[in-house]
Design a protein around this ligand. Structure first.
Ligand SMILES: Cc1ncc(COP(=O)(O)O)c(C=O)c1O
Length: 412
């Protein structure tokens, strides 16, 4: 049964917030993707053939054997001590000196975003967002009735911001990365206007080239002297490196800010699945870095192949920028083209799925972009899908043909 587009029954009353919350467009897109005939560039999905299944199996078995009934019992809302210790070490290795008291374990980083929003925003306290931005976060803000103000808005909006939300590394959907100067400027503005910064680091580990940029939380620690003086909440996840099904995310922040989140976590689900937490603590040990290195190798080759195919198959008026990491390439078509209208044809006739760009804008005012995932499909399949899309855009929507260009990855 497809629940996505169903309206509430007439015979019950629902809250204003529930009745205003439109279906998540990505869920709409994903709902047609079980079909094996479709080549999908749509989800922000890791390649399941690269999941470290054996290590995961061992970690869960050991968690059950070693911890006895502990992992079958209720536990602390803040998270399992072993996992918080492992995550504190993970953060320290990335330039953020902290202890387990600075970690809250969440059920994926999606929950981290929601908990932060419940604490730092409401109908009067707005959220500052990039445009475009991660759709799942925009849905949380809409769902909680929080006004969204774009960073570039002048004047900056009627309500004062309680928080800024950014994906500073290889953003979803654009793949763009904020420079160190931009990160420092954001912290400067946050100081001046008194808001917190939600740093969504979902893709940070998936870097394929260029130097690592310091995280906003690291920069905040460096300028204030220690994590306890900071105003940044770093939201991490194991979904993009290990497997989304483990459902482990975390927030790293000062204990003052974290305490506010722990109360929300208690309300939301008491605690994150303790077996997953105990397994994740083991998975973060030996072998984690080697596994992520392997992902980087495979995904960076897929990115190269996708960019080469784009350069070869699409004309120069289709623009894209090479991301330094992550999972997405953002395509910009000529302004008159509507990627949502094209999507239906793309599924039906060409059997290719992508995510139309409009949903990633808080005001949903731009229709000529689309997001392509490059981590799921190996090269021949991805190329086949792109060829079908380029043919459709040419045959049905009047896009010109590509003119052969010299050099690989020409427009990256
Ligand atoms: C930018 C960003 N943040 C957060 C999430 C949520 O991921 P999870 O809840 O699996 O950690 C996603 C998922 O695609 C994402 O793209």
């Amino acid at each position: 049964m497809n629940f996505v587009n169903r309206t509430p029954p007439q015979s019950v009353r629902v809250s204003q917030i529930a009745s205003e919350l439109a279906p998540n467009a990505i869920r709409n897109v994903l709902s047609v993707l079980d079909r094996p005939d479709i080549i999908s560039f749509a989800g922000g999905i890791p390649d399941p053939t690269l999941f470290p299944r054996e290590r995961i199996r061992h970690a869960f078995a050991n968690a059950l054997e070693d911890s006895g009934s502990d992992v079958l019992q209720y536990g602390a809302s803040q998270g399992h001590p072993d996992l918080r210790q492992a995550l504190a070490e993970h953060m320290a290795a990335r330039g953020v000196p902290c202890g387990p008291e600075n970690i809250l374990v969440t059920t994926g980083s999606q929950q981290a975003i929601e908990l932060c929003t419940r604490v730092f925003a409401d109908r009067e306290l707005s959220v500052l967002v990039d445009s475009p931005s991660y759709l799942g976060a925009l849905q949380v803000f809409r769902g909680l009735g929080v006004p969204m103000v774009e960073f570039s808005d002048q004047p900056p909006g009627a309500s004062s911001p309680g928080m800024a939300y950014v994906v500073p590394d290889f953003a979803n959907p654009t793949g763009y990365t904020l420079s160190e100067d931009q990160r420092l400027a954001l912290l400067g503005r946050a100081d001046k206007e008194g808001f917190v910064v939600i740093e969504d680091a979902a893709y940070t580990e998936l870097r394929y080239r260029s130097q690592r940029t310091k995280s906003i939380l690291q920069l905040d620690c460096e300028r204030t002297g220690a994590i306890e003086g900071t105003r940044t909440l770093y939201c991490g996840t194991l979904s993009k490196t290990l497997a989304p099904g483990i459902r482990i995310g975390w927030v790293c922040a000062s204990t003052d800010l974290l305490t506010l989140l722990v109360r929300q976590k208690e309300n939301a689900d008491l605690l994150t699945n303790p077996i997953s937490q105990a397994a994740a603590a083991r998975l973060l040990g030996d072998g984690f870095d080697t596994h992520v290195d392997r992902l980087r190798d495979v995904y960076s080759q897929r990115l190269d192949a996708l960019l080469e195919a784009i350069a070869e198959l699409f004309p120069a008026e289709v623009e894209c920028r090479r991301p330094d990491g992550g999972m997405f390439v953002w395509l910009t078509l000529p302004e008159h083209m509507d990627t949502e209208a094209i999507f239906a044809k793309s599924i039906q006739a060409s059997k290719v799925a992508y995510v139309p760009g409009r949903e990633f804008f808080s005001r949903q005012n731009q229709r000529h972009h689309l997001r392509l995932n490059f981590t799921l499909n190996p090269e021949p399949k991805a190329r086949d899908g792109l060829k079908r899309l380029a043919d459709l855009l040419h045959d049905e929507f009047g896009l010109s043909r590509a003119v052969p260009r010299s050099g690989p990855g020409g427009k990256a």
